[in-house]
Design a protein around this ligand. Structure first.
Ligand code: GLC
Length: 558
């Protein structure tokens, strides 16, 4: 059989954070049956591919990204029958499920790690990075969630964890471990899964001597990116992974591939790349530099051309590599896009629609994150105890250490917390936004009476309906070829508060987005043949002069 490796390219993908999507049994936590019950909602929106964040057995130290058993479903989410049913029901509707594949690390409660702890000489001890050291941690690497990347387990024994101490890193240098991982991946693909989103995969190769490096902060430690992200030699592991698993199936793989430079896009996702597509993070955290969230700049404090230039650099590098990216503005690790890109006082459904239009017609497969299609905004909780996210707690601690008051620290982490995106999905204006009949595991967004799916589906002017239109246009016979395979060219670069591009294929389409809170008039180098979509009822065009209203977006055939 010849495999169709391109089946996913003209599709629309949607990310679900299962814990917060829909609770089918009233225990306060979203579950697999809940997703199955809401498939028709996604179908109506126009979604084809659904990535679900991890649902495997897990102590939930990091929202399920700490897996204790790759072969079972955590009871919080249901059981294996529920998973099979979800895959089946999705199939019936012509939709495919992607699971999250977390293979850089597992949970310290995984059987392998438990065996390794009990017996330093057993086979499983070689599946991890155990080292001995008499004077503190074996090196000065800092973990992503703060503190040393090494955890002491008694005597002079330590293990490496790039993420939380409950997420020991797996030692990919060990061929027996690699074989076990491939078997597990194939077990899931045999179930008829659409494929995987592959977590933190650029970290699987470590600098082999695990040496200390010059510190980059007052704690004497150093961020572990240099020696563990896209480290030379990683390609051998990635190729072997692909050949032993994905190559045998008609599946889709999308890698979380932070730290891959543009020159290597071809190697990762080109014609013979390790993956089908990947998320590029080069334009996701423009606000984030310094060592804590409290030092980040707010939207409006940095020029929007930063976003424009990085986003287009990524688009053009992907195209040049003969590759096809996965485009996104939101996911479960970021605050809502509105907070990232638009100053607080200008937040509005109009601006939400503009952001949607901007990312949706880029070259690559669009991934919508749950609630983005409703224009959900950040949420503010009253106390640090209301937050669940491990990195929020870490950044709160850093802010306090740096001398901020509790209030200031809370303000800073509230803005960037991953829980902004993880609060329960507002289905309706009824109690708890219709998410659960029980007590929600994380506080619901207080805006649900005004901002919820049910009301938006009835309102022709809603953000939901705008997304539905975006999807319909992208999938339409007239424009699908151009919006999927057409080339991309940045345009109108002389306007610093505008991000605009042209897609050229069977047709020519332009997308023009204003990031100004004032109206501005721009000169177009072409004429509109047909306006496809705008976030205002009117598009004020006079010959080649277009008056853009505040945060207006216009897509047109030219
Ligand atoms: C990825 C996930 C994130 C998780 C981390 C560790 O970045 O998206 O949620 O905390 O990997 O697994």
């Amino acid at each position: 059989m010849t495999k169709n490796k391109n089946w996913w390219k003209n599709k629309i993908a949607y990310e679900i954070y299962p814990r917060s999507f829909y609770d089918s049994n009233g225990d306060g936590t979203g579950d697999l049956k809940g997703i199955t019950q809401k498939l028709d909602y996604l179908k109506e929106l126009g979604v084809d591919i659904i990535w679900i964040c991890p649902v495997y057995k897990s102590p939930m130290d990091d929202g399920g990204y700490d897996i204790a058993d790759y072969y079972s479903i955590d009871p919080l989410f249901g059981n294996m029958e529920d998973m099979d049913e979800l895959i089946r029901e999705a199939d019936k509707r012509g939709m495919k499920i992607l699971m999250d594949l977390v293979i850089n690390h597992c949970s310290d409660e995984h059987e392998w790690f438990q065996k390794a702890l009990a017996d330093p000489n057993c086979e499983e001890a070689e599946y991890f990075y155990f080292r001995t050291s008499k004077n503190g941690p074996p090196n000065n690497w800092r973990s992503m969630f703060g503190g040393s990347a090494w955890e002491h387990v008694g005597g002079d024994r330590y293990y490496l964890h790039l993420f939380s101490k409950k997420q020991p890193d797996l030692n990919w240098e060990n061929p027996k471990l690699r074989k076990k991982i491939y078997e597990m991946v194939n077990y899931w693909l045999d179930k008829g899964l659409g494929g995987f989103r592959i977590d933190a995969i650029t970290h699987i190769k470590k600098e082999p001597t695990l040496s200390s490096l010059p510190p980059d902060g007052p704690d004497g430690m150093v961020a572990c990116f240099g020696p563990t992200r896209n480290y030379p030699g990683i390609g051998e592991f990635l190729l072997e992974l692909r050949q032993n698993t994905f190559d045998k199936y008609e599946c889709m793989t999308v890698a979380e591939a932070a730290g891959v430079p543009y020159e290597q896009f071809g190697e990762y996702i080109g014609e013979n790349g390790y993956f089908d597509t990947m998320f590029d993070f080069s334009y996701s955290e423009l606000y984030s530099y310094g060592h804590g969230w409290h030092t980040c700049k707010k939207a409006g404090e940095w020029p929007i051309v930063w976003l424009r230039d990085k986003m287009f650099a990524s688009q053009l590098a992907t195209e040049k590599a003969g590759a096809f990216g996965a485009v996104f503005f939101e996911n479960h690790d970021y605050p809502r896009a509105m907070t990232k890109y638009i100053p607080d006082k200008y937040h509005s459904p109009t601006a939400q629609k503009m952001l949607g239009n901007l990312f949706f017609f880029l070259r690559g497969i669009p991934f919508i994150y749950q609630g983005q299609e409703l224009g959900m905004t950040n949420v503010r909780m009253d106390s640090i105890d209301d937050y669940n996210d491990i990195s929020t707690k870490n950044h709160y601690r850093i802010a306090l250490q740096d001398g901020l008051t509790e209030q200031e620290a809370l303000d800073a982490v509230a803005r960037y917390s991953r829980d902004n995106a993880r609060v329960p999905f507002p289905w309706s204006n009824t109690k708890n936004g219709g998410f659960t009949t029980g007590k929600p595991w994380l506080k619901v967004h207080p805006d649900y009476p005004q901002l919820n799916a049910e009301d938006q589906m009835k309102d022709p002017g809603s953000v939901y309906r705008f997304y539905q239109n975006l999807i319909a246009i992208r999938k339409s016979e007239a424009y699908n070829q151009t919006l999927t395979y057409g080339s991309i060219t940045p345009i109108l670069l002389e306007y610093e508060n505008v991000i605009a591009y042209q897609r050229s294929g069977e047709k020519n389409i332009c997308v023009i987005c204003s990031f100004s809170h004032d109206s501005q008039t721009i000169n177009l180098p072409f004429k509109f043949k047909k306006i496809l979509l705008s976030n205002y009822p009117d598009v004020k065009i006079n010959g080649e002069r277009l008056e853009l209203l505040p945060y207006q977006s216009v897509s047109a055939e030219i």
